[in-house]
Write a protein that binds this ligand. Structure first.
Ligand code: IDP
Ligand code: MG
Length: 136
């Protein structure tokens, strides 16, 4: 049985820089996601390090944090039935080359690091990530 969930979505610097934010937001709306909250921010490298701390042992961690803090991003809370899985499906594989036709990363991604969108990967992480950007 499906149930209503919230997930965190980020339009990453490469997509914001190419003025794709409105187009990508429309992709979410057309796929029946409700955008409950939304803001455009620029985060510091240390904030990016905290956000991506699960990846701290990975060889790409430093570049990843440099990149996420390199320019404005659009962060959103998306709501839908099975939002976490549905958003992961809409985004497609991490590497745009491997992403299926019609997915956001296939359409908009440039490379594995500049892959245009982030989406929470579990219910626990969705809560943590939503709090990270929207806890007052
Ligand atoms: P995900 O974004 O599909 O959940 P993760 O494995 O959580 O993928 O990795 C987080 C981000 O780190 C990816 O979106 C991508 O931008 C970057 N990344 C993942 N693997 C690599 C890699 O092998 N080289 C460079 N960047 C990577
Ligand atoms: Mg991930």
């Amino acid at each position: 049985m499906s149930k209503i969930q919230q997930t965190l979505s980020i339009i990453k610097p490469d997509a914001v820089e190419r003025n794709l934010s409105e187009e990508i937001k429309n992709e979410f709306k057309n796929n029946n996601f409700d955008i409950l909250k939304e803001k455009k921010v620029k985060i510091s490298k240390s904030e990016a390090e905290k956000f991506y701390q699960v990846h701290q042992s990975k060889p790409f961690y430093n570049d990843l944090c440099e990149y996420l803090s390199s320019g404005p991003i659009v962060v959103m809370v998306l709501e839908k039935n099975d939002a976490i899985l549905e958003n992961r499906k809409l985004m497609g594989a991490t590497d745009p080359i491997k992403a299926e036709e019609g997915t956001l990363r296939k359409k908009y991604g440039i490379s594995i690091d500049k892959n245009s969108v982030h989406g929470s990967d579990s219910l626990d992480n969705a809560k943590i990530e939503i709090d990270f950007f929207f806890k007052d």
